[in-house]
Design a protein around this ligand. Structure first.
Ligand code: ADP
Length: 485
């Protein structure tokens, strides 16, 4: 967005001294210059607007002066301290950001598909975008960047990147607590809701899976029954919801065994993983149903995708198909369905397989990951499987119950050794149920050394690295790669 557009947005939003601000900008740059909105003073660059967000741990107001020292043009703030540059004072910075972004969004976004769910939002959004780019020009599609799916990330992304009218937008709506989805839905009013699954992520904040379901279903607040809606018919909560809400406009995805007659849907029928010359492949057979017609979609995907990710693929294909695009005609699905960075990414080091999965840790994603590991171990004669684990964030009072279940899953999937990275000590809870060998580290170097040592002891092992995003287990992974390469 350029400065002129920003000034117009401020005007649309009421309350500011536009003439003074216009003069201020004109004295410093051109009104045609592009602005960059950021809440991180370290990322301030030319023509930046710094937004001071009061977070749980960090208060952006402490960094307003640093943002000016780094060159910010203006800061948006909530308090009236004497800062070193021009500030726009508002009651709530987050609300202000969303007000501006929603004005822009309502003008430019076009038809909106909104994806929510406990797991797989980013992957599904990326794949919907990629698949749509086969039928529409890239410029006509907007999608939020990465996992910028919160009441802070989403407006920042819109303000920075939505610079012209789009035909279609695909956005994620993330939730970490009660009210989050409703807030985003009220602000960005989607046309086509997609609900992937109801899982244990953030259960500490919602209090129960039931509550998580009720929060996610708020995605339908403005849904018109003239418009499609996409649901996972293999998810127990969504399945029940579906039984009571039978609109023919509902588009389904899930396992083939859960197929529902009379609905358009995409189902996962078979899948198999294989390794050839140190390259990874997932062979899939999907079924597309449209009224009484069933079409088989077979593909060899490059990379390893676990069942959860393959269900995301079904969701993406179901959405794109329901918009009238012939997904069964896509001959090279593999070119569009690529692994999303840092989400279950495999890499060979010699004969050892390392999997980097440091973006999200929930019982569901662990269960899918371990299932894949177990199959790989048997089929490809790996000698041992190791899990390098960090904590699950926001499990709250469910901590012990969840870690007990993690331990049980590790037992059931015959994990040989677990290495714990205890930056957050919660993960130690798995000791109550896990019966294999556990090694505990709070230090990246020692942990990396141990992994290197274990690697040298065998000639063919699998190492899965998994933790919630906040643990930054990727630092351990990267350190290990440095040590062993
Ligand atoms: P989100 O955006 O909901 O956090 P991502 O697409 O970023 O989800 O994936 C994050 C993690 O969740 C990765 O570890 C991935 O392996 C796992 N995952 C992805 N899709 C699913 C799914 N449908 N069910 C369970 N786990 C999933």
């Amino acid at each position: 967005m350029n400065i002129r557009q920003f000034l117009d947005l401020l005007k649309d939003n009421g309350e500011f001294e536009i003439e003074k601000l216009t003069l201020f900008f004109e004295n410093r740059c051109s009104l045609e210059d592009t602005l960059f909105f950021t809440s991180d003073s370290r990322k301030v660059k030319n023509n930046s607007i710094f937004v001071a967000i009061k977070g749980k741990r960090v208060d952006g107001h402490d960094y307003v002066n640093q943002s000016f020292q780094n060159g910010a043009l203006v800061a948006i703030v909530e308090d009236s301290n004497a800062y070193e540059g021009l500030c726009i004072k508002v009651d709530s910075v987050v609300q202000f950001l969303n007000n501006l972004a929603s004005i822009l969004y309502s003008k430019y976004a076009g038809y909106t598909i909104a994806v929510t769910g406990s797991n797989g939002k980013t992957t599904t959004k990326e794949w919907i975008k990629k698949l749509l780019s086969l039928f529409l020009t890239k410029q006509s599609i907007f999608a939020n960047r990465g996992n910028m799916n919160t009441e802070i990330g989403l407006p920042l992304c819109i303000l920075n990147e939505m610079d012209e009218r789009k035909q279609l937008s695909v956005i994620e709506m993330g939730m970490s607590k009660k009210g989050d989805i409703e807030y985003l839905v009220d602000t960005y009013k989607p046309n086509y809701p997609v609900i992937l699954n109801i899982g244990t992520a953030h259960i500490g904040n919602t209090g129960s899976l039931e509550n998580t379901f009720h929060e996610k279903i708020k995605l339908l607040k403005y849904h018109s029954f003239e418009e499609p809606l996409c649901l996972n018919c293999s998810d127990s909560f969504l399945k029940k919801f579906l039984e009571k809400n039978k609109s023919k406009k509902t588009i389904l995805f899930g396992y083939f065994k859960d197929k529902k007659v009379g609905f358009t849907g995409v189902y996962l029928k078979q899948h198999q993983h294989c390794i050839q010359n140190h390259e990874f492949f997932t062979d899939v057979k999907l079924i597309l149903t449209q009224q009484k017609k069933e079409t088989e979609i077979e593909a060899r995907l490059q990379g390893f995708f676990h069942q959860g990710q393959l269900l995301n693929l079904c969701a993406a294909l179901a959405v794109v198909s329901s918009l009238g695009y012939e997904v069964s005609q896509i001959t090279n699905l593999s070119a569009f369905v690529r692994p999303v960075k840092d989400r279950f990414e495999p890499v060979f080091v010699g004969n050892h397989l390392f999997i980097k999965d440091c973006y999200n840790f929930s019982l569901e994603s662990l269960s899918y990951a371990l299932d894949l590991l177990k199959n790989l171990k048997t089929k490809n004669s790996f000698k041992r499987t190791y899990c390098v684990l960090g904590s699950i964030a926001e499990a709250g009072s469910f901590d012990s119950e969840i870690y007990d279940k993690v331990g049980i899953l590790l037992n059931e999937n015959q994990i040989d050794v677990v290495l714990l990275y205890t930056k957050d000590p919660g993960i130690k809870g798995i000791q109550r149920t896990y019966k294999g060998t556990i090694l505990i580290f709070d230090n990246i170097s020692l942990l990396s050394k141990e992994i290197n040592h274990q690697k040298q002891a065998e000639n063919k092992s699998i190492f899965l690295f998994k933790a919630s995003r906040s643990i930054q287990l990727e630092e351990v992974f990267d350190h290990v790669m440095d040590v062993i390469n």
